[in-house]
Design a protein around this ligand. Structure first.
Ligand SMILES: NC(=O)c1ccc[n+]([C@@H]2O[C@H](COP(=O)([O-])OP(=O)(O)OC[C@H]3O[C@@H](n4cnc5c(N)ncnc54)[C@H](O)[C@@H]3O)[C@@H](O)[C@H]2O)c1
Length: 363
């Protein structure tokens, strides 16, 4: 088992990565949270596979528990699922001494986290990520959210968990597309902070043990970045590498293309533009595209500059008429640059021009 300690101004917690951790969830959580009431929140794909392991472990540790299952998918990450979840917590008679166990991918982690932060102004939260994306990204860092009709993640809180357990045995049932989805964020983390991680993420052959090591390193990096900027006013923005254009692709696809795939395209676009502007060497781009190809991720899009730019304009992270772009200088080194929207559009157009022939396009 690998462990990372995350200390933020609001909370200190452990992120453990390793085999058979779902079966140890109760035992590990009990000393931190006491053995009160536990509500396991999960989705309709994950609950049949893994809820029983968590239930047995909570029984064994002495928790009283209930299971609340939500239909799988992003379409559940909204107020219509949040209210029944909060009501289930109330009906179960939960108090601040009790704990939500969020068992699933990023959708469950985001919504379970939001419910835990809202109910009685905040109760215990244990994140049990089961998708690779949730393990490397959404379960750590404290962002919680639901979507509105007007856009993704528009309602949320910053709320750190008390514990994160990533059971690497859950990789066995993760669909291939979801594995690639998580790799989008792993490649990104290597690109922004760690060339060795980048190289390891691009290895032709990769097994569960190697993935566990990659997750551990990604969590360490996210921990270091979030520690110095919990609320994303400065350094934390580097985690958005590839996300400005990636979100635009995601929005253009009406969220039918998985997040990690869109981030992959976003990284390729911004890196290509940086080659054109001599911010980085062509080799940075070619290595990125090679890594994406190995992991089954795209490096180009067929959406037009007009459509992508319109989507960018609607992105909530845009402050007034400027946008902060995260630009690669080398593999493992990026800089933040605030640019006017006109210049961001030039970056986008240059990226689109240069990635046209990269590989199979998205959409
Ligand atoms: N809070 C953050 O910092 C943050 C960061 C990145 C993404 N997110 C959010 O995370 C969400 C995406 O997360 P996701 O990609 O995990 O999506 P998801 O939760 O929808 O999971 C993807 C699919 O995989 C299934 N699944 C998960 N684990 C499985 C397993 N082990 N075996 C079989 N099936 C499994 C799920 O049921 C679902 O169908 C988005 O809503 C995004 O906004 C949040």
């Amino acid at each position: 088992m690998n462990s990372v300690t995350v200390s933020t101004p609001s909370k200190k917690y452990y992120v453990h990565t390793g085999a058979e951790l779902l079966s140890a969830a109760g035992e590990i959580a009990a000393p931190l949270r006491g053995t009160g009431k536990a509500l396991i929140v999960s989705d309709s794909n994950v609950a049949p596979l893994y809820a029983e392991r968590v239930q047995k472990s909570l029984d064994h540790a002495g928790f009283t528990h209930q299971l609340h299952v939500i239909p799988a998918g992003e379409q559940s990450k909204n107020i219509h699922s949040l209210f029944p979840l909060l009501n289930a917590m109330a009906s179960f008679g939960m108090t601040r001494a009790d704990t939500v166990f969020a068992l699933g991918g990023g959708v469950i982690g985001d919504m379970g986290g939001l419910a835990a932060s809202l109910y009685m102004r905040g109760i215990g939260l244990v994140q049990l990520p089961t998708s690779l994306l949730a393990a490397v990204d959404s379960s750590v860092g404290g962002k919680t959210a639901i979507d509105l009709d007007a856009g993704k993640n528009l309602v949320g809180t910053f709320y750190q968990p008390d514990l994160v357990l990533y059971d690497t045995d859950t990789i066995a049932t993760l669909p291939g597309e979801q594995l690639a989805n998580g790799f989008g964020e792993i490649v990104k983390t290597g690109m922004i902070r760690d060339e060795r991680l980048f190289k390891a993420s691009a290895a032709e052959k990769i097994d569960a043990a190697a993935i566990a090591n990659l997750v551990h390193r990604c969590v360490e990096i996210k921990r270091d970045v979030v520690r110095s900027d919990e609320k994303e006013t400065g350094l934390r923005m580097i985690l958005n590498f590839g996300h400005t254009f990636g979100h635009a692709v995601e929005k253009c696809s009406n969220f039918s293309i998985p997040h990690g795939f869109c981030v992959a395209v976003g990284m390729a676009l911004i890196t290509a533009a940086c080659v054109k502007r001599r911010i980085c060497e062509p080799e940075v781009y070619s290595r990125l595209v090679a890594a994406l190809r190995v992991r089954g991720l795209p490096a180009a899009t067929r959406y037009s500059a007009d459509d992508l730019f319109a989507s960018m304009m609607a992105d909530k992270k845009r402050a007034s008429n400027t946008v902060t772009l995260v630009l690669p200088r080398e593999i493992g080194v990026v800089e933040r640059r605030k640019v006017m929207l006109d210049e961001a559009r030039e970056f986008l157009e240059e990226g689109l021009e240069l990635t046209k022939n990269a590989q199979e396009a998205v959409a």
